[in-house]
Design a protein around this ligand. Structure first.
Ligand SMILES: N[C@@H](CCC(=O)N[C@@H](CS)C(=O)NCC(=O)O)C(=O)O
Length: 228
């Protein structure tokens, strides 16, 4: 059975959404990143990047949420746009846009706003600006069409949902007023039974909640020494 290495964080949750939507049987293996499970040698053999998510499907190992979404969609033939070069170009563009823009900027915003030991206004403003700029681009696209790639629900929508549903957590509830079309998509996906099951997955394991010294050491190893 497909092994799914996960936590309740945004990137694994997008993959959980796909697995639930596609009805693929899987074994969920918790990786408690606040306890340092991501650095254990058995997990590094699956994902040398020491992050979640990752999957092992028979003799195939895939890490990085966007790669996993694409792999699973191609394997099952589900939640992909209609065939054709134009649709393929759009699929790849928007997947990479989320992978290189939405995810990293939102993640760094959360880091600098919530976890950095000093509140650096410049860093917070830079990441907040870029995160919101990316969400604005998605919102403008969703003003013209129902889903990211047109009329049908695809892995790009799942990818967008992963971080966007947390907009109130890192930009405040009022931020939704700037992205009404994105909110429409997020609300629609969050109401799907598969999304409810994906979100409930984190409660099947008691993940560590405290952000204490052990958690900071595991998740922010740069704090242990100066590299620049
Ligand atoms: N590009 C990767 C990023 C993965 C990532 O940053 N995962 C976070 C959770 S959302 C994680 O594992 N954090 C634990 C850590 O940084 O130690 C992906 O999309 O899967």
């Amino acid at each position: 059975m497909l092994k799914f290495y996960y936590s309740g964080a945004p990137n694994p949750t997008k993959v959980a959404l796909f697995l639930e939507e596609a009805g693929l049987p899987y074994e969920a293996i918790p990786i408690d990143t606040r306890k340092g499970d991501q650095h254990k040698s058995e997990y590094l053999a699956v994902n040398p990047n020491a992050k979640v998510p990752a999957i092992v499907d028979g003799d195939v190992t895939v890490f990085d949420s966007n790669a996993i979404l694409l792999y699973l969609a191609e394997k099952t033939g589900k939640f992909l746009p209609a065939k054709g070069d134009k649709a393929r170009g759009e699929l790849l563009s928007w997947l990479m846009f989320v992978a290189s823009g939405v995810g990293p900027y939102s993640g760094q915003l959360v880091h600098f706003r919530t976890y950095a030991p000093e509140k650096n206004e410049y860093a917070i403003n830079r990441y907040a600006f870029e995160a919101q700029r990316h969400f604005g681009i998605i919102d403008a696209r969703l003003a013209k069409q129902k889903y990211m790639l047109g009329d049908s629900y695809t892995i790009v929508d799942m990818d967008v949902w992963g971080w966007s549903r947390l907009i109130p957590n890192f930009a405040g509830e009022a931020a939704w007023a700037k992205f009404p079309n994105l909110k429409r998509l997020v609300d629609e996906i969050s109401a799907r039974p598969a999304a409810q099951r994906a979100l409930a997955l984190k409660d099947k394991h008691k993940f560590k909640a405290e952000m204490d010294e052990e958690a900071r050491k595991a998740m922010f190893p740069h704090m242990s020494g100066k590299v620049a």
